[in-house]
Design a protein around this ligand. Structure first.
Ligand code: C2E
Ligand code: CA
Ligand code: CA
Length: 722
């Protein structure tokens, strides 16, 4: 058979059988040998009915008779393979002209390759679809095993996973007796641990065609032979990082090797299982991210809301009380700013561990914001809640080692109670937050219970914040200016810009009320920027008009100093209004430089490098440490008005005032006395050689127009006003 047709047929992927009129197979090509799973020589001479179920002798004769020269017939055939069950195939039968030895050609269309590949595709498709529907992994793996067993009834499947201790766990084996699965559960993997344990151990497929005689099964064969399983083919399930995380196994009831199809199936299945497992892990990670704080591992706000709601429902049932605590660390920002974010993280982690140690089992501790933690305490009364709050304050105040330094923090705690304060968890949490802010306002390291009055106050504050936001947006604030005079000769030293706000509904609102609100809400940045710009604009206008105002003093809040863009903003304002830097004095409060904060120090030295002057406002009211006067580039000290106020009746205030004046002089700082209302105060300060004075005695803060008039009307004033 060397004719060209024959040679071509040998290379043809399609399986071809030549059959004579009696139904005897006279020749086959290589593809047919593969397909039928037998050597070509063995197939030749056999009846076509031996391999194709539908073509038994009688059927063949009828078919052959119906086909005349060149005619073809089509048949959905079932082929019987040499070593296993049957499979569907498509057969085209053609009558070949002339040649009596192989009168008919049977083309079998890629039975394994086509139909079975389709089966595998379907399997893959179904599994991926179930995966995308979010079905639980155990059900998915069971489904996979069942489908494989349907496609190849000669075998039984199982999926095994290995745990962190290298022990195996059966996760799916729907057709294998439970007793066996239970017996191997928890067995260690190893070089001689059956097919699966060994496949996992070496991360390689393991084929055992006869369990009864294979040394790999020595210790396990007594478990498996009695249930009729005698051969096992196991394939590792390999994760993305190359680790063997499990195995997919096929058991047979006869001693045998896996067929090519089985091998193909095992490969597809172990890949699918790997995908499913990965998805499972990703789900768990997503779940963790959704409900837990990644830094501390504590529940997050979402989980807290759930647990809180459950705690309230249980308490309603048992008529018990529940306490909700909100814990905020007072100087957390300082840790972050001064020691860096890693130290900040370490601080929070340490605190989380410490607090967790003192809450009871059944309590929920959650991290709900940067430095905010919340606790839900079921069956906890007011007394117990306050005891716990005191303990927590103690815990927060014990030092934490950060970057080889010891940092001592403190916590402010707010508490609300179910059912006394509110019956829903959201409100309780909000109330605890209000109480926490009250605690903070009362000084660090305090706790407060929520009260009704607090609520009213907070609502008023919220209304104020809203109105202030509006006022800022609509440019409804303005500045008044209070003169500062040199005490020696009455010359104008400068003016202090003070913010004023008139609201159509609320009337005049004092800066002592709205500045703290702006600070609390962060609006201070916008407000401060506006003040800076407006003050510079005004000074430039006066200078252009020849009004003798040598310098302008602007108040800067502590919070503004924590923004590192402040120096650039100041420089920008000066440039836009063409002002020399020395005409601008920035007032910062004593307390804002007391927090030994690296960023603040950095901002201050940048400001000073620009050439603007820095003044310490309200000097004497803080926990004065004179050390910082030398550390910071300060040019001016403003003696707080509370000292000036009582100069005549209090000896100690007089002594303090003169001490401040002397310190200022010793450090070459200009000392400004604020709040001078009476001539005798002025006399005293002059006698002490205080440099500059400011107060109602000279003038109240004035609108720009009134200030010009005031200057014009002063006897010493020589210049005119626009
Ligand atoms: P401060 O910086 O200490 O301002 C001095 C305050 O004392 C001003 O109150 C001023 O009107 C008042 N004052 C001046 N002379 C006398 C006097 O002889 N007797 C008395 N009893 N009071 C006098 P004001 O304008 O109500 O401002 C209050 C505080 O609000 C200021 O205190 C300052 O801390 C803050 N503030 C005002 N404007 C701004 C601003 O633009 N930015 C910032 N951050 N804070 C501002
Ligand atoms: Ca001031
Ligand atoms: Ca002041």
């Amino acid at each position: 058979m060397q004719d060209p047709f024959w040679l071509m047929a040998q290379q043809y992927a399609l399986a071809i059988l030549w059959v004579d009129v009696h139904g005897v197979i006279t020749h086959v090509n290589e593809a047919a040998g593969c397909l039928l799973g037998a050597p070509m020589r063995q197939i030749m001479g056999k009846a076509v009915g031996d391999y194709i179920v539908e073509l038994q002798p009688r059927a063949w004769s009828a078919l052959a008779a119906s086909l005349v020269n060149g005619k073809t017939a089509h048949l959905n055939a079932t082929i019987r393979m040499a070593n296993e069950g049957s499979a569907a195939a498509e057969a085209h039968i053609q009558c070949l002209a002339g040649d009596s030895t192989h009168a008919f050609a049977l083309f079998l269309q890629g039975v394994t390759t086509q139909v079975r590949t389709e089966d595998l595709f379907r399997l893959q498709h179904n599994l991926l679809e179930s995966l995308s529907r979010g079905e639980p992994i155990e059900r998915l793996l069971d489904q996979l095993c069942i489908e494989v067993e349907r496609m190849a009834p000669e075998l039984l499947c199982s999926v095994i996973l290995v745990d962190g201790q290298d022990r195996v766990h059966v996760v799916a084996a729907p057709s294998i007796p439970k007793s066996y699965s239970e017996a191997i559960d928890g067995q260690p993997i190893g070089p001689k641990a059956g097919s699966c344990g060994t496949a996992l151990y070496f991360n390689q497929p393991v084929e055992v065609s006869d369990i009864a005689h294979d040394p790999l099964w020595e210790n396990y064969r007594d478990m498996v032979l009695p249930i009729g399983l005698v051969a096992c083919w196991s394939h590792p399930i390999v994760a993305r990082d190359g680790r063997a995380v499990g195995s997919f196994a096929m058991y047979y009831r006869q001693p045998r090797e896996p067929s090519d199809f089985h091998k193909q199936m095992v490969e597809v299945c172990s890949r699918l299982v790997a995908i499913a497992l990965e998805r499972g892990e990703a789900d768990k990670r997503l779940h963790d991210l959704a409900f837990y704080d990644p830094l501390t591992g504590l529940p997050n706000r979402r989980l807290l809301l759930d647990r809180g709601a459950v705690a309230l429902a249980n308490a309603a049932h048992a008529t018990a009380s529940v306490a909700v605590l909100l814990i905020d660390f007072d100087r957390f920002k300082t840790v972050n700013d001064a020691l860096g974010h890693d130290a900040g993280d370490a601080f929070l982690k340490t605190m989380a561990v410490r607090i967790e140690e003192v809450v009871r089992q059944g309590d929920t501790l959650a991290r709900i914001g940067g430095d905010e933690f919340a606790a839900v305490l079921p069956s906890c009364d007011v007394h117990q809640a306050s005891q716990l709050a005191q303990r927590l304050i103690g815990i927060a105040a014990s030092p934490v080692a950060l970057n080889a330094r010891h940092f001592t923090g403190s916590a402010s705690i707010g508490i609300s109670m179910y059912p006394d304060d509110a019956s829903d968890f959201d409100t309780l949490l909000r109330y605890a937050d209000m109480a926490m802010h009250q605690a903070k306002a009362a000084g660090r390291g305090n706790y407060r219970f929520f009260s009704r009055e607090m609520n009213a106050e907070i609502q008023e504050l919220a209304a104020l914040e809203h109105a202030l936001r509006d006022a800022l947006a609509q440019r409804r604030l303005n500045l008044h200016y209070q003169p500062k005079l040199a005490l020696a000769d009455g010359e104008m030293y400068g003016v202090e810009a003070l913010a004023r706000w008139y609201d159509p509904q609320l009337g005049d609102i004092s800066p002592s009320r709205f500045i703290p609100v702006a600070e609390e809400t962060g609006l201070i940045h916008e407000l401060g920027l506006w003040v800076l710009d407006e003050a510079c604009r005004q000074l430039a206008e006066w200078r252009a008009a020849g009004v003798p105002v040598p310098a302008i003093e602007v108040n800067v809040s502590a919070r503004q100093l924590t923004r590192k863009e402040l120096p650039a903003l100041v420089e920008d304002a000066l440039r836009r209004h063409a002002l020399p830097p020395s005409t601008l004095i920035l007032e910062i409060t004593e307390s804002s430089v007391l927090d030994d904060n690296e960023r603040v120090r950095d901002t201050l030295s940048k400001l000073s490098a620009i050439g603007v002057k820095l003044a310490i406002d309200d000097f004497g009211t803080g926990y004065s440490s004179l050390g910082y006067l030398k550390r910071f580039p300060v040019q001016e000290l403003k003696l707080d008005q509370s000292f000036v106020c009582h100069l005549d009746e209090r000896q100690d205030d007089r002594e303090l005032a003169s001490a401040v004046i002397h310190i200022g002089r010793a450090l070459h700082l200009t000392v400004v006395a604020e709040g001078i209302e009476h001539p005798h105060q002025l006399d005293f300060l002059r006698a002490q050689q205080c440099d500059v004075g400011q107060g109602f005695y000279f003038s109240r803060p004035l609108s720009p127009h009134d200030l010009c008039r005031w200057i014009a009307l002063r006897p010493a004033a020589t210049r005119s006003c626009p």
